[in-house]
Design a protein around this ligand. Sequence first.
Ligand code: SF4
Length: 233
Amino acid sequence: MRIKGFQGTSLLDFPGRLAALVFTGGCNLTCPYCHNPGLVLDPGQYPDYPPEDLLADLRRRSGFIDGVVVSGGEPTLEPGLEEFLCRLKGMGLQVKLDSNGLLPAVLRRLLDRKLIDYLAIDLKTAPERYSELHNRAVDSAPLLESIELARAADCAYEFRTTCVPGLVEADDIKAMGEAVRGARLWVLQQFVPQHALDATLHDSEPHASQTLHDFAAGAAGYVTEVKLRGDAR
Ligand code: SF4
């Protein structure tokens, strides 16, 4: 397990709980709006954080953290992820996993072994537009498989969409809504241009708050609950 970053505590990413945040490097997409471009494009620039050191650190904090958020990059690319999550669960910690959902076989195994307490899967745009998120064609069928896995899973889950102008417009909300129809929770979050992987986005304008509220109203027709995060609340 190659861990590229560690943040002791975060209130934001594990709903209702205090969690540590772990980052892996590398990704199977290069989303233009990605806010972790260094981790995606050149993970080797960051030293590996030895898992044993991290686990020892977590043990020291175990009295006051409830869980660990594993994010990236794309964590499901890490061959040691399953073992790492086993160790976390063995320490009595809750696990939240952030994923782009393109490796459903990995998610299936982790879910079957009950190693995930909260699964967050990104929906980035309409499924038929996924090739716009990389420098080569992207098959979105695995994403649709992951969506079904999440919906059928015992654990809590959310689908979440960063509302990037051009990638997420009203028609894309409809297409994503069809993909997640009947799901429990879909989170729409505001796009923050400043650190985007594609530098041409740095000076771009995010959607207006009203537009995000309109998207949320549209999304509400497909799922049980829609939440807004970011400055559109
Ligand atoms: S936004 Fe997520 S899926 Fe997209 S490139 Fe960044 S880490 Fe990968």
